[in-house]
Design a protein. Structure first.
Length: 697
């Protein structure tokens, strides 16, 4: 415990009742969980396979395993350390027959879900472009433990929509027919397993005698319900999180879970971790000033021993292209000075479309970059195709994977033939694979088509019946026997070789589960290049130098959130998460003109900037070259409103008494800035900006 502070030690050793640890950004929460796991095993003699430890990304889970393994200095085979989805998959692989499924079920990722939904929409003659939105709606319902039957029975409840209900029912029926689960089913069906089978629940409650939860603020209703089921008998649960970093409401996360924990677990102990090990004090002060404006939160005062550091930079530009160019030039300058490598930089933004101008600017400066959260390795077509072959070999009922590979590579089985197979499968209530196999004996197809289908069926059966030493052996065999090796270019062949290498000596089912459970949040940033990503994808990461661009009304906060106080609070948390990724240097930028959704828009500085005390930042208006001035405007209702005004020669301003005028000159700094304004009917006036209450036109 020599490397823990007093609050971390207290959290480590406390096991008398449920424990809630409010861990501020960069306060070492992962360290606390890893050390607590070690303490429970070494001191309290709880076996490693009796401590149920969950977090939210595979990357975080792997880091957790590595930390715990180094502390215990022993193998962790059998230990329950992983994501909610991987833990539930492990339970269901053993227990799902109790729910009427076979335990060789397939796991569909978001791409597979969209493919199936599009297939259903096409059948129902509904616009297929709605697929992604429907997947999101269904995911939200499932994360709230609302299955299709409950949704239908709700009438107008739960945002009921007749078309959505129709698609949801059919979607779930297709999953059942394919012996497949989507991501949200893994949680929902585990909850159903435990609630419908008290004996199975009791067995797991007895086995998993202590529960550790990381990033607890990101739990949704279903995940929290699962935790409460497992902890309901022994109450041995420790959750660690930060309500200020709850940013996944759109995925079903509910910040109320962490705020209501003490109510749900009476007698719970509360500990706050407020010492920050990541950022300088200026960064903590600025981010703390912004997040403190959220009303419903646990108050935390983060501090650090790293010193004040340099002030946070804020720059306002004329256009978003200027913003991108100056960001790239600033990064290049830092790099050339030798202070940082390219991997030390991150540029964060609210929406993906903001990355285009950045990419152009980085290329112009010759700066290597990568976009996190884009198409990951395991989502590439050739990788998904080979995985689909393996899935069908294990689960003949997997219709989504069957449709993907039946004519990949091309074998002369077109849409008309597949449609005939689909129609026959519905009539006979068979999987597509079994329908093809049955029809090979009849006269449904020509001899030429029969021969091609027969070759496909025999190939799948031969590959699935063979014995393999490892998943890598099966990947290699499937790649060669499928005919795929003959149609790929050199780059895609290298990707298949990398897939074989990544499979290694892993068990085949374990490999398929691991690949299916990988998400965009598991991307890594280890390459020698700068990282471009959305603020949502930055969660859990840290960089010496961080730029957050587009700090403007309608961008951050996002325009869709601006009429709802809860949404504004989440946008504020998102901004806070971005700022607290920075270790040494933080830049905030915005622009007067930005191209959004195919049109140029006039932008104003974000309301969040009003919350930042001027003395903690270096404010620069890149349009005029003058420092930006924090001013207080009197609104019509008499209330004061802080904002930032950027004046340059030629800009138009409005005065309450003299009307509209044109700025002729600017001089001075900070609160002493003055402007010379020509008002047509009143002449040139020399005004102190902080008192003039000018409105920029």
């Amino acid at each position: 415990m020599h490397d823990l502070n007093p609050q971390q030690k207290e959290a480590l050793m406390y096991i008398s009742s449920p424990l809630l640890v409010f861990a501020g950004a960069g306060s070492g929460k992962t360290r606390v969980i890893a050390h607590k796991f070690s303490y429970l095993n070494k001191v309290k003699k709880i076996p490693t396979d009796s401590i149920f430890t969950v977090t939210f990304t595979n990357k975080a889970a792997n880091e957790m395993k590595d930390r715990i393994r180094s502390l215990l200095d022993k193998d962790l085979n059998g230990a329950w350390i992983g994501t909610f989805h991987s833990q539930c998959s492990r339970i269901l692989r053993r227990e799902i027959p109790a729910l009427g499924y076979a335990n060789n079920f397939s796991i569909y990722d978001e791409d597979d879900q969209c493919t199936l939904i599009r297939h259903i929409l096409k059948e129902f003659k509904i616009y297929e472009a709605l697929a992604k939105g429907i997947v999101s709606r269904i995911s939200f319902l499932k994360s709230s433990l609302i299955g299709p039957e409950k949704f239908l029975a709700s009438g107008d409840g739960f945002g009921f929509d007749e078309k959505l209900a129709k698609v949801y029912v059919r979607y779930q029926d297709e999953l059942n027919r394919s012996n497949a689960l989507d991501f949200d089913d893994l949680i929902m069906l585990t909850v159903k397993l435990f609630t419908d089978n008290p004996k199975i629940l009791g067995r797991y409650q007895q086995k998993l005698s202590y529960i550790l939860v990381d990033e607890f603020q990101d739990t949704n209703f279903a995940q929290y319900y699962l935790l409460k089921l497992l902890a309901s008998s022994h109450k041995n649960i420790c959750v660690v999180g930060d309500d200020d970093q709850s940013i996944y409401k759109f995925r079903g996360a509910n910040v109320s879970n962490i705020l209501n924990f003490e109510h749900d677990f009476p007698g719970a102990k509360l500990i706050k971790l407020e010492q920050n090990y990541r950022s300088t004090q200026h960064i903590l002060n600025v981010s703390g000033a912004v997040i403190s404006r959220n009303l419903r939160r646990q108050s935390k005062k983060l501090w650090t021993e790293r010193g004040s550091g340099e002030k946070v930079h804020f720059c306002w530009f004329r256009t978003y292209e200027d913003e991108a160019r100056c960001t790239a030039k600033a990064i290049k300058e830092y790099y050339l000075k030798g202070a940082y490598n390219y991997r030390d930089f991150a540029v964060l933004y609210r929406v993906n479309l903001q990355s285009r101008a950045l990419e152009d600017a980085m290329r112009d400066e010759g700066i290597p970059y990568r976009i996190l959260g884009g198409i990951s390795f395991y989502r590439r077509k050739e990788i998904k195709d080979i995985i689909a072959y393996m899935r069908v070999a294990f689960n003949r009922g997997d219709n989504v994977s069957f449709r993907r590979i039946i004519n990949t590579p091309p074998r002369g089985i077109g849409a008309a033939i597949l449609n005939r197979i689909e129609q026959d499968a519905k009539k006979k209530s068979l999987s597509l694979f079994d329908t093809v196999k049955t029809n090979l004996r009849g006269d449904h197809f020509t001899q030429a088509v029969k021969a091609k289908l027969a070759d496909f069926i025999k190939m799948i059966e031969r590959v699935s019946s063979a014995k393999y030493k490892s998943a890598a052996d099966m990947v290699r065999t499937m790649y060669e026997k499928s005919g795929y090796a003959e149609v790929l270019d050199e780059e895609r062949v290298k990707n298949i070789e990398e897939l074989i290498s990544s499979a290694g000596g892993m068990d085949i089912k374990e490999f398929l589960d691991r690949v299916s459970l990988i998400t965009s949040f598991d991307d890594t940033c280890g390459e020698e290049c700068i990282s471009l990503m959305t603020l949502h994808n930055a969660k859990g990461l840290e960089f010496p130098v961080v730029f957050i661009i587009g700090i403007e009304e309608g961008v951050l906060p996002y325009f869709k959130a601006m009429k709802n106080e809860e949404e504004i609070a989440e946008e504020r948390r998102l901004f806070y998460v971005g700022m607290t990724r920075a270790k040494d240097v933080l830049w905030l930028t915005g622009a007067t003109k930005r191209r959004l959704y195919a049109k140029f828009q006039d932008q104003e500085p974000s309301r969040f900037l009003r919350d930042i005390p001027r003395e903690w930042c270096h404010w620069i208006d890149k349009i005029s070259g003058h420092p930006a001035v924090k001013v207080t405007h009197v609104k019509k209702d008499g209330h004061l409103r802080d904002g930032f005004s950027f004046y340059n020669a030629g800009c138009r301003v409005k005065h309450a008494a003299w009307g509209i005028g044109v700025v002729r000159d600017c001089y001075g700094d900070g609160d002493d800035q003055k402007v010379m304004v020509n008002f047509p009917n009143f002449g040139v006036k020399r005004l102190a900006v902080r008192f003039a209450n000018l409105e920029k036109m």
